[in-house]
Design a protein around this ligand. Structure first.
Ligand code: DMJ
Length: 626
């Protein structure tokens, strides 16, 4: 039996819910009921109403849809084929309050990194796995990759905690992180003294090279400084961007290179810092790249003049490079999301749609060129995971991740390509039996592997982390070992640009290098993959391998007066022969991946929240609102 007051309240509620047809009648009836209530009853009702009102206000921000909700809904309805009608509403990177918090906090490395570590990363890994549990992942050509199949056999390993906070482990970690910061400062010193505001440092001749004339190294390095916690260096670079950087320049830029380095660098710095300056610059630059897409086939030209708004292919051909036209999507899609203007996303997704439909792939592998007039592949018959094709495969997976794993055609193409690699491009070397990725030329297998291919172990591991088949992880581990051997089998401990693998049974060494391939450009791919493999397996051997590579860079490529240089000969430790150039990706990628590899804090660029573009600039995985 309810107390009298509760009974009355219930009867009032029931009366109200009966459903009147006429509003006036309803109002009168409510009023009559109200008058019949005692003072106490009215107070209770009023009190409850007030409570509901306050609760409603408190909950409103978390319940109200964020900008762009409809954008994601559209994409869910039409995976991959994104609706152009979806116009106009920008999506901010994070709720404003958080961004303010981030700014106040400063770069992540300035925070107390020892707080709250270990457990939180494990929880996140578990959540990522749980997210996939029980759901078929994709439907691919009628076959369904089941969640069970996609379980990582190393899940146990994932859950294994990094050692408890053992002081010697923490000390080792901190000393390695400091070694990376020191390397960065040294590189920055050379850039600042001899190349400030120019594209690349020539550390030996103490001068610079100009490629686009846009301060390439400085922009490429912005988010690295933020992540490493180099506040002073970051602030002086920001100052340059604010005061000196202008895109009002009569220069031709390469669409791909400038997208991944400049647009990608500005967008990621915007996300990490919340500083609108970088978004403004990104918008300005992105819009100046758009003329590249005005071609008969919608496959963009390689070069665009950012002042005149004209674009053209290279002088000798009307072809564009496959990797170049299919590795600008993460950046343009993000620009659309941030500005609310779909035009950036539309042009790059049109490229993906056309490539997806093209005949001439070989088990999901693509040729290296595509014609900007016909929109067809050219040079059909040559397949590589190296130069000119590499990041096509990387961006299939990463776009799928960026968009919340809904654009199934991207995933289909990625999974099919991995099968194509397994079927056509893998062989084992002698004497160690290393698994390597060769090339196929008109049916002829060549045991040639670019260092560029060493992005692949990391990408495969990332796919497994996001639910793809466990066998990809096994391949990732084996290829990681191979990339490691490309370093340790060289006299300097540094990989050549291209390796040839011996397959004859009586070989003495697995890796052979042709005289023209002996250079090392300070490239990041192996360190990048070591980072992913360590993040996902916590196997410390990957950190050790990375540490050895850093030592070799310091020994053979460091220039006393500041900066690091590419070298001509990784086989000659007495005379590695400097090439006198520090590529912007050494600061943008290589040192950043070293830092992330040596850090045990999975919160520094959480891989469930960010996806790296091919120049190591982290962009957010789009929040799922439904
Ligand atoms: C970088 O510009 C990018 O990583 C690109 O995908 C490949 N080449 C360099 C680094 O080697």
């Amino acid at each position: 039996m309810l107390p009298p007051s509760r009974r009355d309240f219930v009867s009032l509620a029931l009366a109200e819910s009966r459903g009147y047809t006429n509003g006036k009648q309803r109002r009168q009836s409510c009023w009559r009921k109200w008058k019949q209530l005692s003072r106490l009853q009215r107070s209770i009702v009023l009190f409850l109403l007030a409570l509901m009102l306050i609760g409603g206000f408190a909950l409103y921000p978390s319940l109200s849809p964020q900008w762009g909700v409809e954008e994601h809904k559209e994409e869910k309805k039409q995976p991959f084929i994104i609706d152009v009608k979806d116009q106009g509403r920008p999506v901010l990177p994070e709720p404003r309050s958080e961004r303010r918090g981030l700014r106040k906090r400063g770069p992540p490395a300035l925070q107390n990194r020892l707080q709250g570590r270990g457990n939180s990363s494990e929880v996140r890994l578990k959540n990522a796995q749980e997210e996939e549990e029980g759901k078929p992942l994709i439907s691919w050509h009628g076959a369904v990759i089941e969640a069970e199949q996609a379980t990582d056999p190393n899940a146990k390993e994932k859950e294994k905690a990094v050692e408890p906070e053992d002081p010697s482990v923490l000390q080792l970690e901190e000393s390695r992180l400091e070694a990376v910061r020191e390397a960065f400062r040294h590189a920055w010193k050379g850039y600042k003294e001899f190349a400030w505001g120019h594209d690349e440092l020539k550390p030996v001749s103490k001068s610079y090279t100009e490629w686009f004339g846009l301060g390439l190294t400085l922009i490429d390095a912005l988010d690295t400084m933020w992540i490493l916690g180099l506040k002073k260096e970051f602030e002086e670079a920001r100052e340059w961007v604010a005061k000196e950087l202008t895109f009002n320049k009569n220069v031709d830029v390469n669409l791909f290179e400038s997208t991944i380095r400049i647009l990608g660098g500005l967008l990621s710095t915007y996300h990490l810092t919340g500083d609108a300056l970088f978004l403004e610059k990104a918008k300005d630059f992105g819009s100046r790249l758009m003329p590249a897409f005005s071609t008969p086939s919608k496959i963009p030209y390689s070069d665009v003049n950012i002042d005149k708004g004209t674009a053209h292919p290279p002088r000798w051909t009307s072809d564009s490079t496959m990797a170049e036209v299919t590795s600008i999507q993460l950046e343009f899609r993000e620009l659309s999301r941030l500005t609310g203007d779909p035009k950036y996303r539309e042009v790059v997704m049109e490229v993906m749609r056309r490539v997806h439909r093209l005949e001439g792939k070989h088990d999901g592998l693509v040729p290296m060129f595509i014609n900007t007039n016909s929109g067809q592949f050219t040079h059909v018959g040559v397949y590589t995971l190296g130069a000119r094709a590499d990041s096509y495969y990387e961006y299939l997976l990463k776009q799928w991740i960026q968009g919340g794993k809904k654009e199934t055609e991207l995933l289909e193409d990625y999974v099919q390509a991995v099968e194509g690699i397994q079927k056509n491009l893998l062989k084992r070397s002698s004497p160690l039996g290393l698994m390597f990725v060769g090339e196929l030329s008109h049916g002829h297998f060549s045991p040639k592997m670019d260092h560029l291919v060493c992005f692949l172990p990391g990408t495969l591991a990332l796919g497994v982390h996001h639910g793809l088949p466990a066998e990809h992880m096994e391949l990732a581990r084996q290829l990681m070992e191979t990339c490691h051997q490309m370093y340790v089998q060289m006299e300097t401990g540094l990989s050549p640009e291209i390796a040839h693998f011996n397959t004859q049974a009586d070989s003495i060494q697995d890796v052979d290098v042709k005289p023209a391939d002996r250079h090392n450009l300070l490239r990041p791919e192996t360190v990048e993959s070591l980072f992913y493999l360590y993040r996902f397996t916590k196997d410390r051997k990957y950190q050790t391998w990375g540490w050895e590579i850093l030592q070799s860079f310091n020994k053979y490529t460091r220039v006393d007066t500041g900066g690091y240089t590419s070298i001509n000969n990784v086989r000659d430790p007495t005379s590695p022969s400097p090439r006198d150039k520090m590529e912007s990706f050494f600061l943008g990628e290589t040192l950043k991946y070293f830092y992330l590899l040596f850090s045990d804090d999975s919160n520094i660029i959480n891989l469930d929240k960010y996806v790296f573009n091919t120049e190591a600039h982290p962009l957010p995985i789009w929040p799922q609102t439904d």
